[in-house]
Design a protein. Sequence first.
Length: 371
Amino acid sequence: MIKFIIIVYFVSNQNPKSISMKLYQNLSKISFLRKSYTSKFFFVAFLGIHIPLIGLIITLIFNKDAYSTQTILLFTLGFTLLATAITLYVINKIIVPITLASVSLAKYRKHRTVPNLPLRYKDEAGRLLYNVQKTIDDNENYLSQKQDLVSLLTHDIKNYVSQPKSLATLLLEENDITEIKEIAKHIVTSADNQLAFLESFIYLLREEDALSNVEVESNTINMKEMVADTENQLTEKLQEKNITININIIRNDITIFVDEILLSSIIFNLLHNAVKFSQPSSTISVDVATNKEFLEIKVRDKGMGFTEVQRKQLFSKFSKMSRVGTSSESSIGIGLYLCQQIVNKFKGYIYAYSDGENKGAVFTVGFRIDK
């Protein structure tokens, strides 16, 4: 009991953050508590229950006739409440390793902050801290290897693919034999396709890594400005195909749960696809409005459309690699997949609808409003 009171007094004068781990550390020094987290709780509860009982026994032994029955009852009640408060306080401090593990995971998920957790404890809480630290360290190693792979793809493999293309281009320029020129053209086309695939793969790795580091929070976004900026980025393509964009924004400055840069990426992907798959001299519409708890963005075109079978594959990785636009524009096949990942990250929604091939398409994106 005396040791218990000393520990409580000692930790009451420490910094709150160090209090928690210091108390847990002190309890872990007791031999029969070292390897069992449950035993720590039982030990504290046992002392807490017996403090008022021991106090009552001491009072009755040494001061049997000094107090009335009513005084003894009040004394016992007060001691019981005090012991209960101290016990709850200590138990609250014992669970700090679990809280520390939870906070560390949350910070890593939101900010990619790698913790430095204590790993010397042998009980269940200690093993939890060890497993959290080990998992985060392993994940960091994996991400580091992933970045190395991106660098490898960026520098070495692209160079390897470019070499046959350079040789084939040289053959086209220096050789007049028809058969050789045809083969060289196939080599150039094949190399271009391989480079396009590598570029899309590298882009995908980078975007997924960037998405994992974004914190889920609300932002106030000027929708008119964002849509206008995206339209400006597509000016050249719009002029090439003589396509007009009609913009109807009912809600402008609105606070929603999505990162502004990522939302801009979604709008760009949807408008870029709409231009790519629209017929020349057609119209695309962009409508922005609110739907109860969501801000909703609709992008409509009158282009190639898609079947129900194709719709089910739209948001898969590389699902549209072989599908070209109405003016033979190429497609890397990951834009809609990344849109889906962003929507999932911020708990929004994205839908695609079409009446069929050559009947246009409608893409709808929604994000929660921060009320």
